[in-house]
Design a protein around this ligand. Sequence first.
Ligand code: IPD
Ligand code: CA
Ligand code: CA
Length: 279
Amino acid sequence: MTVATEDMTPLNDALAARFAAAQDIAEEAGALALDYFRRRRDLTIEIKGGLQDVVSIADKNVETLIRDRLHTSFPEDGILGEEHGVDQGSSGFTWVVDPIDGTSAFVHGLPSWCVSIALLSGSDLVMGVIRVPCGDESFAAVKGGGATLNGEALRLDSSKTLQNSLTGIGANNAVPPEMIGALITGLMARGGNYIRTGSGAQMLALVAAGRLAGFYEPSMHAWDCLAGYCLVSEAGGSYRPFPVEGAAILEGGPVLAAGPGAFEELSALASESERLLNS
Ligand code: IPD
Ligand code: CA
Ligand code: CA
């Protein structure tokens, strides 16, 4: 494993150890999730926020595995996971974990779900790892070290625009449907088109890989977006800041990221739909 940081200061040593571990853990967690996916007909699906917001023992046990591994290797780190909440740490590092992002896709037998692991140093986003087991794809980024897909460097340029590429639009039932309608209308009126795979984290990884021009969802949580944000940023794209300080990290907010050819226009489109909602 190589981390492309120039000097190995103590922080970088700490980061290098965590980067290697996160990639191994994401792969192991992905394998466990894939095993559940293949046996998904046996899973009991629990309703969280409604029929469109579900969870199963797969989500819970995959998160338990990730937490156990992280806790064994880095007992002083904090962990925030979607299914099992917050463990405070004392090292200054906090892991932010979504064991299965795209649970709806997962339970319905669609392959577009992933394991997402991010790391904060204080409130600084320093790492993102996303494992997509069905595509056998591992995305990884560490601050200042670039982003990779299966070990190959990812580098975004300005060639992808809203007009010549697809844009990921996320939606959950916490957002007024009119807002999603306005977003899609605005995107298509600009000559673009949209896609929703069912996993916001995976769509952010697809932005980092240059397969999508950008991604926007009006309301998501930290565990949905932080790993993908790190990937996009390290690949040369931009993202709209997300609150991670104190209790704000639990609240969530809008998530937007794009490559250099689409960021401004997607931001303008998102702002238009947000103004519409607030008017
Ligand atoms: C969800 C997915 C979905 C997005 C939702 C998220 P989950 O996460 O990322 O694409 O639209 O807002 O909550 O529940 O599958 O982990
Ligand atoms: Ca999620
Ligand atoms: Ca999840």
